[in-house]
Design a protein around this ligand. Structure first.
Ligand code: SF4
Length: 405
């Protein structure tokens, strides 16, 4: 297909596709899907080989948010039965992080619900970063605390944060439809503050909120312009008790096309599959590793992911390898820029995930599809909402139960 040859050539040269080319990827038919994956896979392998970076979420503060992001189970007025708790203590967060690192993660993403941190919150997170870094020399730490005020990004950088996550989530044109308590411009401003402070910027999107193809292309083009080092792609988990509970719009094929489009538009950036991986890609998850070079290990902020062991087995079975702590994630040209901006600091610079939308990532396969009762399973109808795959997180941070890693 001429389109795909053109996109591969552009991806290898880091050249921006046209909007029409990006839209055409989203419009490809199921018959062409494997060709699309193969083409975007060439770009992925050129910049990232067969490595898969593992990231681990620690939800420092869950629920009780005054903001009204309609996709979020932690929002104001959410009736989702999620865990609600206030700030974890540094040693509690460090213990949760250690489980993820032992499972193979090289980055820990520290997330807190809320509009944005107070200066006291930033101090609190600084103590948590120190506790984690004291115990784990090579760990990368990304903070995701919402909108930043002047000076807070610098303070986080001084405290040892390597990256900051804040997602754009959707296009500027539709932003007001999903959130009214802050603006798209507020979000852009925070990503720019993180960048300016020498933090590796991580910013992504949520697909499946009822947006058009044009919206998806808009937000991904805006992300390319912001030039984050990593782009988490969340697939909406329509939580019961939130305004988007009925928005079951995604199929595994659609998710693969979206990931391919993101890869073509942001070829040399860490593309991370974030929340919704198990719920929406389902058995197609391994195919998506040909497009994304990064995933979260284990659970999400408010929902459970498949077992960490299953993540590792999937990566190995699909012929990929977990990226080691000593390996640099980004292609050399990006890593050099990031190192210069950070004064030579951290290792591989990149994402956060999970939050920025603080949630949006949420999914869970928990038991639904993995363990089981040995009873013959009912075969779901194609495109039937898979509410059975959404499991609220009941283990790890904020509970007495061991985390999933
Ligand atoms: S995404 Fe963040 S700011 Fe928005 S409601 Fe959820 S926790 Fe609050």
């Amino acid at each position: 297909m001429d389109l795909l040859n053109t996109l591969v050539d552009k991806g290898l040269r880091r050249e921006l596709p046209t909007r029409d080319e990006a839209l055409a990827v989203l419009a490809t038919s199921d018959d062409d899907l494997l060709d699309v994956v193969a083409a975007a896979g060439k770009v992925r392998r050129h910049w990232f080989g067969r490595r898969v970076k593992l990231n681990y979420l620690v939800n420092l503060k869950s629920g009780l948010c005054p903001e009204d992001c309609s996709y979020c189970s932690q929002r104001l007025g959410s009736e989702a039965g999620i865990l609600k708790y206030t700030w974890l203590k540094p040693d509690e967060a460090s213990k949760a992080a250690a489980a993820g690192l032992a499972g193979g993660a090289k980055r820990v993403c520290l997330v807190a619900s809320g509009r944005g941190p107070t200066d006291r919150d930033v101090d609190r997170v600084a103590g948590t970063i120190k506790a984690i870094k004291d115990q784990n020399e090579n760990v990368e730490v990304c903070a995701c605390l919402g909108l930043l005020s002047d000076g807070q990004a610098e303070r986080l950088r001084e405290a040892g944060a390597d990256a900051y996550n804040h997602n754009l989530n959707t296009s500027e044109a539709t932003y007001g439809d999903i959130t009214t308590t802050h603006t798209y411009a507020d979000r852009v401003d925070t990503v720019q503050k993180a960048h300016a402070a020498g933090l590796s910027a991580c910013s992504g999107l949520i697909a499946g909120m009822g947006e058009s193809d044009e919206d998806l292309v808009d937000v991904v083009f805006s992300l390319r312009e912001l030039d984050p080092d990593s782009v988490p792609v969340n697939f909406l988990i329509p939580f019961e008790g939130t305004p988007l509970a009925k928005e079951w719009n995604l199929t595994p094929q659609r998710c693969l096309r979206i990931l391919a489009m993101v890869r073509f538009v942001c070829p040399d950036v860490e593309v991370r599959i974030a929340g919704g991986r198990e719920v929406h890609l389902r058995t197609m998850q391994p195919l998506a590793l040909n497009l994304a070079n990064s995933i979260f290990l284990g659970d999400y902020l408010t929902s459970e992911g498949q077992a960490g062991k299953a993540d590792l087995e999937m990566i190995a079975d699909a012929g990929f390898e977990v990226e080691g702590a000593g390996e640099v994630t980004l292609p050399q040209h990006r890593a050099d820029v990031a190192a210069a901006a950070a004064g030579g600091g951290c290792g591989s610079h990149e994402s956060a995930g999970g939050c920025g939308s603080h949630e949006g990532a949420g999914c869970g396969t928990g038991c639904g599809s993995v363990c089981g009762s040995h009873e013959p399973a009912a075969v779901p109808e194609v495109n039937e909402p898979r509410t059975d795959l959404v499991a609220v997180r009941r283990r790890g941070a904020g509970t007495d139960l061991a985390p999933n890693a």
